[in-house]
Design a protein around this ligand. Structure first.
Ligand SMILES: Cc1ncc(COP(=O)(O)O)c(C=O)c1O
Length: 411
């Protein structure tokens, strides 16, 4: 018998596998094109200058890239984050504070593998619930147990950090937060970060903030970042803290696979070492395109405006039948439905050829309930014309199903 890594068996089926099985027996209306709203893959056109930069750099394939990336890319990342989060008092140093990654999915996974002690049988990785699925898989493969903090409707989806028992903090080896959050759209404020930083100091665990949606927001003030919070709370370094940023959402280039990690040099250094051996390095043409994308804000403003317009359009069309909550950040309509979310998912596919994701596919049951139940995640990733079509189809669907319109039920 061949012995394999038993941790692989502990990985859960990915949500999209479950979704495919859920609708596999259905015959959708062929006269309506499929709108795939289940996955957070932006369909906005990427900035043309980025694509041109990528093409122009195609001849740079003759060298092996280093895990640390070219200095130009690290400088662009460090300057952007310093500007965006007002870190001028302690600017990020491209040499010490920044590490490019091939997408934050891989970056987040690497962080957990590199920083959590695999020999610690009691290790917990604390994370939100519902959550981006990589958090859990990364924890399990690192030999740690995931510990979920619920984001529930009754608390406006804000996690109840104060209810986390001390023995959980004592076993916590890494805290993952997501702000703005996928899928609930909440953000963390300064007081939340004050509380979490105190726990991190007291119990000695790093905090990793997944901020890949930080540039998709709708209020005048952009969402607070973790490094920014640290400085505002009077710290003069980024001790124990990492943030993770991506071009996938900001610049609508999920296929570029480009992001970066920034924060405490004492965490960046071992992470860099791990990644050298792991063998992930961004190809040079992608580094050139990424350097452009982190240096240009015009395309990001346009992108943000388009998301704002799409949420407004949806709210206008279906807001009288169901609540369309504008997220604090990100592009997910986290829809609280008045019925069984899997049943509604099936009906949306069968009747309207719309593919959405049941919220419980992104969450786990806990002793106090499963916060994903009763929700659907609708990714507003299509262009404007298709989003108009989506709003029409949802409106018609809700008209045919008054039993699933939250407002009707409340009346
Ligand atoms: C919360 C969150 N983090 C990270 C990622 C990964 O993004 P990427 O690997 O494209 O940077 C996603 C993608 O959907 C996400 O929703």
């Amino acid at each position: 018998m061949i012995h394999l890594n038993p941790r692989i068996e502990r990985l859960q089926p990915y949500p999209f596998e479950r979704l495919a099985a859920l609708v596999s027996d259905l015959e959708p209306p062929r006269d309506r094109p499929l709108l795939r709203l289940s996955i957070g893959e932006p369909e906005h056109p990427p900035p043309s200058a980025l694509v041109e930069t990528l093409r122009a750099a195609a001849d740079r394939l003759g060298r092996y890239p280093t895990a640390r990336g070219e200095p130009e890319l690290r400088t662009a990342c460090a300057s952007w984050a310093t500007r965006r989060f007002g870190l001028e008092a302690h600017p990020l140093d491209p040499e010490r504070h920044v590490l490019p990654v091939c997408g934050t999915r891989e970056g987040l996974f690497s962080i957990v593998q590199a920083l959590v002690d695999p020999g610690d049988a009691r290790a917990l990785v604390v994370m939100p619930n519902p959550f981006y699925q990589i958090y859990e898989g990364a924890a399990l493969l690192a030999g740690a147990a995931p510990y979920h903090i619920n984001e529930e409707a009754r608390r406006g989806y804000q996690p109840d950090w104060r209810a986390v028992p001390d023995d959980v903090w004592a076993r916590c080896r890494l805290l993952l937060v997501c702000s703005p959050a996928n899928p609930t759209g909440i953000t963390h404020d300064l007081e939340t970060y004050r509380f979490l930083l105190e726990k991190s100091d007291r119990y000695g665990f790093p905090i990793v903030a997944d901020e890949c949606y930080s540039e998709i927001y709708f209020s005048a003030a952009p969402p607070l970042g973790l490094l920014e919070a640290a400085l505002r709370l009077g710290r003069d370094d980024y001790h124990g803290l990492l943030v993770v940023h991506s071009l996938s959402k900001r610049s609508s280039v999920p296929g570029l696979r480009s992001g970066f990690i920034a924060g405490d040099p004492a965490l960046i250094a071992p992470l860099g070492r791990y990644r050298t051996y792991h063998g992930v390095a961004m190809p040079p043409p992608l580094q050139a395109a990424s350097t452009f994308a982190w240096s240009d804000e015009e395309h990001v403003r346009e992108n943000r405006a388009l998301y704002r317009e799409k949420f407004a359009l949806l709210a206008k069309r279906i807001g009288s039948r169901t609540e369309v909550r504008l997220p604090e950040g990100g592009f997910y309509f986290w829809w609280r439905v008045a019925g069984d979310a899997e049943e509604i998912t099936r009906a949306l596919y069968r009747e309207e050829h719309l593919l959405v994701l049941p919220g419980s596919y992104l969450s786990r049951p806990t002793p106090t309930g499963d916060p994903g139940v009763g929700h659907l995640r609708v990714s507003l990733v299509s262009d404007l014309a298709r989003t108009r079509d989506l709003a029409e189809r949802l409106s018609r669907f809700l008209e045919h199903h008054p039993e699933w319109t939250t407002n009707a039920r409340a009346a």
